[in-house]
Design a protein around this ligand. Structure first.
Ligand code: BGC
Length: 379
């Protein structure tokens, strides 16, 4: 009897130990973290490689909360990196194309590099002709963020935080920003932005990844088939500042309500295409609450599909018109004309100067929240 009892208790203990040793394997393993070098100011930068159980990966650096790589399968299951970028930190520090960066405090342009809020005028740096672009001289894509891994049932998740000081780049208010990147087993990259301020300010956060779903940065993106759930767009002047009009896309080369190849109409004789040097405009997304479909892009040769859902009212579809082959990308690739396209989910450009656009003002006590999900599939 005694022998039986002790055999029984040994078995119980073994079962308990087995259960315990299983525990770590059940929850997501921790994020692979590597050094990404030192910034010119001597701060350490890191590269965080989020991997899901399918083997697909997203690499993010705390320098600029930047997405460095997204490795996802084609229809044959072959993984390739579908975003443009650099091999090293130096590229991100000195580059001027915003590859993969988190853009803030104000994504896109502010006309005349100034705006008024509560009767006070705020002056910003003119870093794009007479206008301010993507947060100014040193936007959120050029600073080191603080990273923490966050447990999540959905997959590996990385949180990055940054406090932008009152007056930084001319913007009022100490703004505390948090972004949470979650990489799920369905090959979805969920990006959640949060912010709060101690003084009224303006906020428009986005991500500036350049996609090339062929996974080959030497190929241009003109064959990608784009669908945008957008009945209108915001026409611009010659400085790419919206005129304030919301124009119907119907009957224009801006109608992407049915899939069209990027290259099909890009050279049409159209005033707006000329001003944008191609597509470089904000589309007004079909209204709706919560996460709504914004863009669906297919690369026909590899079958890779990118679907973007967002809580934002607009999306800047930019066809890489300013890429000129001067910058050297990953593995020595040449970052040439139209080899990547951006889909920047956002509030409309220059909203602080357009009372008819959805407001980008954030007041103390309010919570800024925005979410975009990039889902990679094949067909
Ligand atoms: C803008 C382009 C700009 C690019 C910078 C895009 O968001 O719309 O006009 O040249 O960012 O790389």
């Amino acid at each position: 009897m005694k022998i039986h009892q002790s055999i029984f208790s040994i078995m119980l203990a073994l079962t308990a130990m087995a259960a315990l040793s299983w525990e770590p394997a059940m929850s997501a393993p921790s994020i692979l973290t590597k050094s990404f070098g030192k910034t010119s100011e001597g701060s350490d930068a890191h590269l965080y490689v989020l991997q899901n159980t399918k083997g697909a990966k997203v690499s993010i650096t705390d320098f600029g909360a930047t997405i460095v790589a997204i490795e996802v399968p084609d229809r044959e299951g072959k993984l390739a990196d579908v975003v443009l970028g650099y091999d090293s930190l130096k590229g991100y520090e000195t580059g001027t194309s915003y590859f993969g960066g988190l853009i803030g405090r104000y994504g896109n342009r502010i006309g005349g590099a100034k705006f008024a809020l509560d009767g006070q005028t705020y002056l910003l740096a003119k870093n794009d002709g007479q206008n301010s672009l993507h947060g100014g001289k040193r936007g959120f894509n050029k600073v080191v963020w603080t990273a923490h891994e966050r447990p999540s049932k959905e997959g590996q998740a990385l949180e990055l935080t940054y406090v932008s000081k009152d007056g930084e780049e001319g913007y009022p208010g100490n703004l505390s920003v948090r972004v949470l990147y979650t990489w799920t087993d369905r090959n979805e990259l969920r990006v959640q932005y949060f912010a709060h301020t101690d003084k009224a300010t303006v906020v428009n956060l986005t991500n500036h990844s350049y996609f090339n779903l062929a996974g080959d940065p030497q190929k241009n993106i003109l064959g990608h088939m784009v669908r945008l759930e957008a009945p209108q767009f915001t026409p611009v002047d010659n400085g790419l500042i919206p005129t304030g009009e919301l124009r119907n896309v119907e009957g224009t080369p801006f109608d992407f309500r049915k899939p069209v190849a990027i290259g099909k109409r890009i050279a049409d004789s159209d005033e707006q295409l000329k001003l944008g040097k191609g597509y470089d405009h904000n589309w007004v997304l079909a209204s709706g609450a919560g996460l709504k479909l914004a863009a669906h892009v297919v690369e026909p040769a590899t079958g890779r599909v990118l679907e973007i859902r967002t809580t934002e009212p607009g999306i800047q579809f930019y066809s890489g018109n300013f890429l000129d082959g001067k910058a050297v990308g990953k593995n020595g690739s040449v970052l040439a004309y139209r080899t990547g396209f951006c889909m920047e989910t956002q509030h409309f450009p220059d909203s602080p100067n357009h009372a008819n656009f959805p407001s980008t003002t954030l007041q103390p006590g309010e919570n800024y929240r925005s979410q975009t999900v990039y889902r990679f599939e094949t067909e």
